[in-house]
Each structure stands twice: as structure tokens, then as C-alpha cells.
Design a binder for this molecule. Sequence first.
Ligand SMILES: NC(=O)NCCC(=O)O
Ligand SMILES: [Zn+2]
Ligand SMILES: [Zn+2]
Length: 470
Amino acid sequence: MKKLIKNGTIVTASETFQADLYLENGKITGIGQSQTFGPVDETIDAAGCYVFPGGVDPHTHLDMPFGGTVTKDNFETGTIGAAFGGTTTIIDFCLTEKGKPLQQAIQTWHDKSAGKAAIDYSFHLMIGEMTEAVLNELPSVITNEGITSFKVFMAYKNVFQADDATLFETLIKAKELGALVMVHAENGDVIDYLTKQALAKGQTDPIYHALTRPVEAEGEATGRACKLTALAGSQLYVVHVTCAEAVNQIEEARKQGADIWGETCPQYLVLDEDALRKPNFEGAKYVWSPPLRPKEHQAALWNALKTGALQTIGSDQCSFDFDGQKSLGKDDFTKIPNGGPIVEDRMSILYSEGVEKGRISLNQFVDLTSTRAAKLFGMYPKKGTISVGADADLVVFDPSVERTLSAKTHHLAVDYNAFEGMNVKGLPRTVLSRGQVIIKDGMYVGSPGDGSFIKRSTYGNTLSNEKVEQ
Ligand SMILES: NC(=O)NCCC(=O)O
Ligand SMILES: [Zn+2]
Ligand SMILES: [Zn+2]
């Protein structure tokens, strides 16, 4: 099937120009004037619209067990929601268990996703301990599985938290194998202490989730991870950065020449700590780790996106129903499953709050939501850009549409929307995954299972000149 997208404004991370696109066999094969292309089976008119590369969301948790329950959105509902929002590739976190083979965990994640995903996907692999067995398995994780990023949690004591030795050895091994190490940077031991103190005083409401995870705990862990990375001469990606304290640590380490990258998420840019104070336990909808911060941190995060101190936007999609799941923590905030539904609104919020409000440029928007993640995680230029030979993962985005975000209109399975009632400008009108139209006129027209697992290149191979930009 040969397709033509005509009359659109093409936007990449570095350019904005008028051109038509010719798509054949799932790839972009022509960029220019439609008269010069071959025969066409289907034409999509993008007049008045931007044409973006499909979004690359480097941070999702679908069908993930957490806190005695499992995320409401799985690989089918989560990737359909992602597609409605203009995201055509996700990288999900594959959880591992201590003492069990990594391969077993990877197989579990393949079983969760195969035949369900509506868009292409890959996995990051959690490292919870560094044993001989883990060390022996890692080379095949890279070469056979194409999983080239490892995740270490510095928080969630007695659950996911790894010690510094594990982090350091992971950094060293990642350097040798060409993997990118990712960290959830919060000091889990300090948080554990503060949490016990709060509960002993009878402080059980959702707001105490935020008050027991202070910015210092995130700043300290971020700084520690940065220093260990520099010592190991390795590479690091800090997920879900929420506060000025953490941004400063990343910025400082990058100035010293360390190979360190930082991600923030839409929720930290537009919501603040006061959301956790909502009455009738509604604050539970806004429980993330790290937590939402006092409002002044939002300006620091926007500024970091503008200046390049942070380079990507992940959703940290990790949804739990308010009814029946978040409510597990009604009498004890530590039992509220952490996370929220963001994957569908990630790009809309960044466009509306970022580009429309003059905080970032259109090209920065594309870089932050697509290109940079594709480069860092070994998928560029197949994913993350509009160029001849790239996968035809494309979004026809209509900037003139004004709409209101709501659980009544979103496409995720979860029973609330964290941005309920927020007005945004712009709508992904048509979305294509490898040349196939999957979103059209407000409908999902693809088939779950059409998304493919992506084996990724090792770190640095698709980065091109990123390091010079620091
Ligand atoms: N962020 C969050 O609250 N939930 C998902 C798990 C994680 O990323 O830490
Ligand atoms: Zn995390
Ligand atoms: Zn996460």
C-alpha cells in the first residue's frame, strides 16, 4: 500500500518545512513534491497540520505488578491510549526478581506484550542485584534480546531498591557492554525512616507520601548516581526528575563532562504537591514517586527543558484505578499504589503548555518527545525522525483544535484522568505506525498485536554528535 501525506508542515528536531511524504512498505521513501512520487493508493491531507515523527515514550509500566495489585492498563489498552496521544513507540520496564534468571523476566514481559501491543515497543531491564549469574547473563541480554538499557532503583526499600555496589557494578558492566544505565534517584533509606516516623505519628493521608520524600532525598541520590557514573566512566539516564535540586546535580555533572541525561514527565510540569491535599482521599490520584513538588519547581523544570539541562519527556505511565486500587491506601498512604495515567496526554501537554505558551520551540518539542529518546536508546533514525528510510511512524497534528482532557474522553482503561478538566490546544488527528493508519477521525483503526518488539542498538551507536552539544 503506497500512501501520500500532502500539504503538511514537516517538523523534525532541527527543521520545519513544507513538504509531502511518500510512504511505501511501512517506510518513508520520499520527501518533497507529490508530483515526483510514484502511484498512490491512499492520500492523507495534512493541510493546516504539522506532521511530526511519532512520539517515543521511553518510560512506561504496563501490566506491571506493584503494591499488591497490577496496573490497570496493559499492553493493549496502554498502547492504544499512547497511539491516540501521538506516541508510536514505547519502552517499558521489565521487572526482574532477585535469584531468578533475567531471561525468565524477559520472557514474562514478551508474554505480556506479544499479540497485544498496538504500536512498536521495547524493554529496559531492571537490575536488582549484581551476582555472578546476572553478570553472565547480561551479554546475551544485549546481543540476543537487543535490550540495551538497565534500570536500577535507588528507592522502594525492601521491594525494588538496589544498593550502591549494585549500581556501581551495573555502571561498570554497562560501559563494557554498551548499555545505558537508568536510575530512579531517591534515597530509599532516608525515605523509609521518614515514612516510619510519619506513620508512628498517625500521619496516614496521601499528602504524607510527598512530605516523607523531600527534594533533598532526590537531590542526594541524583548527585550520588552522577558521581558513581563519573567514577565508573560510564553513562547514566536519570528518570522522572522532579525538582531543582536534582536538575542542578545533573547540570553540574554534565558541565564536568559526565555522560549523563535527564528526563522529566508532564505531571511534574503542570501539577503540584497541593493536589495530594485534595479532600475525600482524592489526593491518592496524585501519588507518584518521586512526588509532585511545590509549584516553584515547575519553572526550574521548564527552564531545564529549554536550556537542555534535561533532554527527554517520559510519561512514567503506571495507572491504577482510583476505585479499588488507589483505595488500598485509604488508611495508610504507604499502601497507595504509586503512579498515574499519562501516556495518552504526554505529547498534548508538552505541546500545549510548552510550544503554545512559548516555553519551548516546535523543534525542541519533537526532540524532547521523540528524537532524543530514539537516539539515546538505540533506535535512531529508524524511529524518532522524518527522513528517507525511517519507519513511517507519523502524527498529523492539528494545532487549531481546542479540547479538554478528561477520563470521559480518554482511551485508557483507568477510571480517572490526572489532568481532568485541563484545556489543551492541539490534537493528533491521524497517527500512522509503520505506514499503517492506526488513529483516524477519533477512532482506533489498527489491530492490537500489530506492534512489534524492537531490538535496539548499543548505547552511543545512534547518538551521533550528542556529546558535543553538552
Ligand atoms: N513513579 C511512580 O510513582 N510509579 C511507577 C514506578 C516508578 O517509576 O518508580
Ligand atoms: Zn521510578
Ligand atoms: Zn517509572
